[in-house]
Write a protein that binds this ligand. Structure first.
Ligand SMILES: [Fe+2]
Length: 278
């Protein structure tokens, strides 16, 4: 109904196959040759409605019709503290990554690789292996210690805390939020095949850039994370990991104590894929 990842502004949704036409609320409003569907009640043929919920600046949805979004509300309290809903969109870009989507999640569930893979970009901003994490249902939340951290941790001021800690959220199944000192990256994973995922990266800033200097500052942040650490390093490592896994030669993967989030995530995937009984 809506192809591609570009922003679309349209008064209605038109299926390209037979041109059945739907209003934006999902009602079927028209179909060609309606005479060939005698007795069809349009009100019974709208688009499928999924449970949705707006919280913390995000729209949550579930394919599970009994979803209650209680965990989304818990996470939303954090997002309200970051004023996620009040942020300004600075840039967005969709990356086409030749890797399984779970490898992308893995890359944002451990800080073990920061000093190694990211040695040329963000490693100098972080301490090695200083992080903690917890789980909210199937979602995870982690705090990663930054180099500027030690003096700031007794502060209750958000700007100071954000200079000391990078907060990351791994929302199940495929959304990542990275809260840097003065901007936020939101990544939405859209699996296309077992070995291919589109990752849409949104960089959010507190307000629209008013000056050339501010613009240059945000541009550096965008280049550092989206172009450098994410595309040039994380996503590249995921693609190489995919090639290694696809070779079929690996009989095990070994995780250290800094990588427990990966185990939790894959356990949650297994639970979500296990048919419910009763
Ligand atoms: Fe990374």
């Amino acid at each position: 109904m809506v192809e591609g990842c570009a922003v679309v502004t349209a008064p209605r949704l038109v299926c390209p196959y037979h041109a059945w036409t739907y209003a934006l609320d999902g009602r079927l409003t028209g179909l060609p040759r309606a005479d060939t569907f005698p007795g069809l009640d349009k009100s019974e043929h709208g688009l499928k409605r999924l449970p949705t919920h707006e919280a913390g600046g995000l729209i949550w949805f579930s394919f599970d019709e009994s979803a209650d979004f209680g965990e989304a509300e818990t996470l939303a309290r954090d997002f309200e503290a970051f004023d996620l809903a009040g942020q300004h969109l600075f840039r967005r870009r969709t990356h086409d990554v030749r890797a399984n989507w779970k490898l992308i999640m893995d890359a944002f569930l451990e800080g073990y690789h920061i000093q190694r893979l990211h040695a040329g970009t963000i490693a100098p901003f972080f301490k090695d292996g200083v992080s903690t994490a917890d789980a909210i249902g199937p979602h995870q939340r982690s705090a990663v210690g930054r180099e500027a951290g030690h003096a700031a941790l007794s502060s209750s001021d958000w700007a100071t805390l954000r200079s000391a800690i990078t907060y990351t959220y791994q929302m199940f199944p495929g959304t990542v939020l990275v809260v840097s000192p003065d901007y936020i990256n939101l990544m939405v994973l859209m699996p296309q095949a077992a070995d291919r995922v589109l990752v849409e990266d949104f960089m959010l800033i507190p307000q629209a850039s008013a000056t050339e200097k501010a613009l240059a500052h945000w541009e550096r942040g965008w280049e550092l994370l989206d172009g450098g650490a994410f595309a040039g390093e994380d996503f590249r490592a995921c693609e190489l990991g995919q090639q290694g896994l696809a070779s079929g030669s690996l009989d095990r993967l070994t995780l250290g104590t800094l990588e427990r989030g990966i185990r939790s995530f894959h356990d949650a995937v297994d639970r979500a894929l296990t048919p419910r009984t009763g």
